[in-house]
Design a binder for this molecule. Structure first.
Ligand code: RUB
Length: 411
């Protein structure tokens, strides 16, 4: 290439001075050559030697391949390669997850993990509420949160949406939310929906049950904060944003804007285009870390193998990335969602523990007794898991759970 090598195998780089990434690489090239090409492209090199590169630049700013284990390479990027601008995910992603995916010499390359030094983590603020803040709002300190996604995902009027939320709350659910494709369509204007849902949440509170509903504010960048402010003024207690379609900076803009005073539920629709192929793209883990840095208060991480969406083999690591104390931020509530029903709750809780939000759309609205019965069945399944009682035994004395198990079975 340019006469320089980016291979520094066996060297350890200072984790306070480097962003350290792990990539899984498939290539017809020997892996050392592929690794060298990645490190060059993502830092100071290109496809040919260039007269403008000198030992000083490459020594200071060149990426370093420090390890090759099987098909996984470890690359350290000097912290000086990153913007001094406060917390810029676009620039970070262009370094650690940019051109390399298009390199013709590689059949596949997947960013599996990234660890940031303090100099970068300190540029971000993390969640304003986080898992603990959401729990405080709900006055539910320990048990898993239990939620629903209003279904059908599009089609209900504001009145019917509010009715759905009321039934879900009277069945015991702590959370509900818009689905990812609903924002402000003519059949369900966001203002009417927010106002009517807020009214039923007030009614539930008067009846002694606290619940929050996330209104989806996913919109174009220049309008998203303004839209979130408006839904807040109409009574929203939580907002939702689709992070992959809107961008990490949208989450950050909402979280860091002092006018936004409600927690942010982060949906990850479209992530499958990037995360699903085990040999190419980006694993969910780096995305989870970035969402927490940007200030998401709750994030979908999949169902740990139990639901309808295909699971990442390393899905469990996202739990640690949501709640671990190795970063200077509040913990973010992990949300298990996608094809969930009462019979899979036990399998989820076994892997997630209790600090989790478990939510079901079809698994609530498809219950033989309707939304209220579906909500009760989900809560009963969570109670059984929390109390350590086998779900079938619990179902003997809980009709709604029994009906759900009869309809959908047990994982
Ligand atoms: C839930 C649903 C959500 C998924 C997305 O509906 O479809 O959008 O949670 O998946 P249902 P993920 O409960 O009827 O399946 O959370 O993995 O991003």
């Amino acid at each position: 290439m340019d006469g320089y090598t980016y291979l520094h195998l066996g060297e350890t780089v200072d984790p306070d001075r480097y962003v350290i990434c792990k990539y899984r690489v498939t290539s017809k090239l020997p892996i050392e050559k592929a690794a060298d090409a990645i490190a060059a492209e993502q830092s100071t090199g290109t496809w040919t030697g260039i007269s403008t590169l000198d030992p000083e630049i490459i020594g200071r700013l060149g990426a370093r391949v420090t390890d090759i284990s099987g098909d996984v390479i470890t690359v350290g990027f000097p912290v000086e390669d990153f913007s001094v601008e406060v917390g810029s995910v676009p620039q970070i992603l262009s370094v650690i997850a940019g051109n390399l995916f298009g390199l013709g010499a590689l059949d596949g390359v997947r960013l599996e993990d990234v660890v940031f030094p303090r100099e970068i983590t300190s540029q971000f603020k993390g969640p304003k509420f986080g898992a603990e803040g959401i729990r405080r709002m709900l006055d539910r300190p320990e048990k898993p949160l239990v939620g629903t996604i209003v279904k059908p995902k599009i089609g209900l009027s504001p009145e019917r949406t509010a009715q759905y939320v009321y039934e879900a709350g009277s069945g015991g659910l702590t959370n509900s939310k818009d689905d990812e494709t609903l924002v402000d369509q003519a059949f369900c204007p966001i203002e009417d929906r927010t106002v009517m849902v807020s009214e039923v949440l007030d009614r539930l509170e008067e009846e002694g049950h606290r619940m929050i509903h996330a209104i989806n504010v996913s919109a174009r960048t220049d309008r998203i904060v303004e839209l979130a402010e408006r839904v807040q003024s109409w009574g929203a207690r939580q907002i939702m944003v689709d992070v992959i379609t809107c961008g990490f900076s949208a989450v950050q803009a909402l979280a860091e804007d002092p006018s936004i005073k409600v927690p942010i539920h982060v949906h990850r629709t479209m992530h499958g285009a990037i995360t699903k192929n085990p040999l190419h793209g980006v694993a969910m883990l780096p995305f989870t870390k970035l969402v927490r840095m940007c200030g998401g208060d709750a994030l979908h991480i999949g169902t740990l193998g139990a639901g309808k969406m295909s699971a990442d083999v390393h899905e469990d690591s996202n739990l640690g990335a949501c709640l671990g104390d190795d970063v200077p931020y509040r913990g973010m509530m992990p949300v298990c969602s996608g094809g969930v029903y009462p019979g899979v709750v036990g399998a989820i809780v076994e892997r997630s523990g209790f600090n989790v939000q478990i939510q079901a759309g079809g698994g609530v609205a498809g219950h033989p007794d309707g939304v209220r019965g579906g909500a009760m069945a989900m809560c009963q399944a969570v109670d059984a898991a929390y109390e350590g009682v086998p779900v079938q035994e619990y179902a003997e004395t809980h009709r709604e759970l029994r009906l759900a198990l009869e309809k959908w079975g047990l994982k």
